[in-house]
Design a protein around this ligand. Structure first.
Ligand code: SAH
Ligand code: SF4
Ligand code: F3S
Length: 454
């Protein structure tokens, strides 16, 4: 592979100034993290990185296939590039990520989006130098969606932040929730060895990173298939031992693998943020079964109760799908009941989107789109009322907040508390961005907290 890196570097070196690349990632943090690794490979070969698409000689869209609207957006954007490609025939346009892994995308691009030069799937990241070399030397359409034997993607990332970093701990997913395309486009679950993860976290800590997000589609099934098996709680404890002034988050755990040991570990480890994103998807056992989620509402509530027995105000967030095939209003009400019982700080809710190739796509669906939208509105309204009330528990308390940017409100900086809640504070000193500060909370809204830096 490195051979191809050198060959591409040689070609790029012939131009007067270093050519620029524009990489945009859609979808989950795993995909964003892949995007950072793609930038890593490209800059090693001599590309400069730009956020101005018009100055780029290589444009890559790193796509998401989780819902139909995500796909439509990409097709819209690729359509817009047609004109640019006509004016600048040397421009290279690439598509990668989860959509690129689907045969139907490859076919559609080949027939209707001829401006695209390169497609590479989620397993072909490290093949990028070879693929790019082929495009540069043949100027023909190049496509690679093969499963390359690549146990570990030890690629240096070009990270977009100097204080928050993502570290993938596993790739793929074996769960096959019936609605979800991820297992088809990301392949089977594969854990990185703990030594590689610990090395990466240690390096990030030494560079001064303040927050490390451990990533996986099902982080808490981490380690099961390793030669020397280790569970996720154990990994958290080992990372917690690493020296440095950083906090640990992780995304996403699956309720079926959520043990009391994991919850206890969150409370025991000082570096682990006291927040859990625990995707519910539905509160109806019948729908959960059809979704192949392998837990019941009761089992889910046991996890919540265990966490809340340790801290009654413990922060939880979740994902919910509204309008799974043949969901009834009664099913939906069961979801709403859990939402009211748990009192999440935030929910990420999605209307069910049919994904060709999944089990759920074969189910006939009698639930109308109109009902689905109505229920979604009801869910969002309920959650708004809950957040408004529930955020008040922080009034008068002092929270640790990692400031990550300017707020839309004049003179305010914005950040996230360890509990994963947006916190804003008046501050004119922008050097605070990237630092963790104590903030005394004085106001609670339904979307954020406000306070004074102490
Ligand atoms: N692996 C993670 C998240 C995967 S995708 C997990 O299991 O939690 C992120 C979220 O998108 C899911 O939690 C689910 O709520 C939503 N999602 C996935 N497939 C979907 C579909 N076909 N339609 C609507 N929402 C979907
Ligand atoms: Fe999709 Fe389920 Fe895997 Fe999450 S756990 S990625 S929802 S199949
Ligand atoms: Fe989307 Fe792929 Fe992530 S489908 S949600 S980018 S794993």
């Amino acid at each position: 592979m490195s051979n191809y890196k050198e060959k591409v570097a040689e070609i790029l070196g012939r131009s007067e100034a270093p050519p620029l690349c524009f990489v945009h990632s859609f979808g989950c943090q795993q995909n964003v993290s892949d995007g950072e690794r793609i930038l890593g490979i490209l800059s090693e070969m001599g590309y400069g990185v730009t956020s101005d698409i018009n100055s780029a000689s290589l444009i890559i869209y790193n796509t998401c296939a989780v819902r139909e609207n995500a796909e439509n957006r990409v097709y819209g954007l690729v359509g817009e590039l047609k004109h640019m490609k006509e004016q600048r025939p040397d421009l290279i346009i690439g598509l990668c990520g989860c959509m690129a892994q689907e045969e139907k995308t490859v076919q559609k691009v080949k027939s209707t989006y001829k401006q695209v030069d390169l497609i590479f799937g989620t397993h072909a990241l490290s093949e990028l130098p070879r693929l790019l070399y082929d495009v540069l030397t043949t100027r023909k359409f190049v496509c690679d969606t093969e499963e390359h034997s690549e146990p570990e993607k030890e690629i240096n990332a070009v990270r977009s932040s100097s204080f928050k970093a993502s570290v993938p701990i596993m790739y793929g997913c074996d769960n096959f929730c019936s609605y979800c395309i991820v297992p088809y486009v990301r392949g089977r679950e594969k854990s990185r060895v703990p030594e590689a993860i610990i090395r990466e976290v240690r390096e990030l800590s030494e560079k001064g990173y303040k927050e490390i997000m451990l990533l996986g589609q099902n982080v808490n099934s981490y380690g099961k298939n390793l030669d020397r098996p280790i569970n996720f709680a154990e990994l958290l404890r080992r990372i917690n031992e690493i020296k440095g002034d950083f906090k640990i988050r992780f995304m996403s755990p699956h309720p079926k693998d959520c043990t009391n040991e994991l919850i206890d570990t969150i409370f025991e480890c000082d570096k682990v943020c006291k927040h859990l994103h625990l995707p519910l998807q539905s509160g109806s056992d019948e729908i959960l079964k059809k979704m192949n989620r392998r837990y019941t509402a009761e089992k889910y509530m046991e996890i919540v109760d265990h966490a809340r027995s340790k801290d009654p105000g413990f922060s939880l967030t979740t994902d919910i799908i509204v309008g799974f095939p043949n969901e009834t209003y009664d099913d939906f009400l069961k979801t709403l009941e859990i939402v009211k019982k748990v009192k999440y700080d935030n929910i990420y809710s999605f209307i069910y989107s049919k994904r060709t190739g999944t089990k759920a796509a074969e189910m006939t669906d009698m639930t109308s789109d109109e009902d689905k939208s109505k229920w979604m509105t009801e869910l969002l309204q309920t959650q708004r009322e809950i957040s408004t009330e529930h955020y008040k528990r922080f009034l008068g308390r002092t929270l640790d907040v990692l400031f990550d940017g300017e707020s839309r409100h004049e003179g305010m900086l914005s950040g996230k508390s360890d509990e994963f809640i947006i916190v804003e504070a008046p501050c004119s000193d922008k050097s605070i961005i990237g630092q963790r500060k104590k903030v005394k909370i004085t106001k609670a809204y339904n979307w954020a907290l406000c306070g004074e830096i102490v």
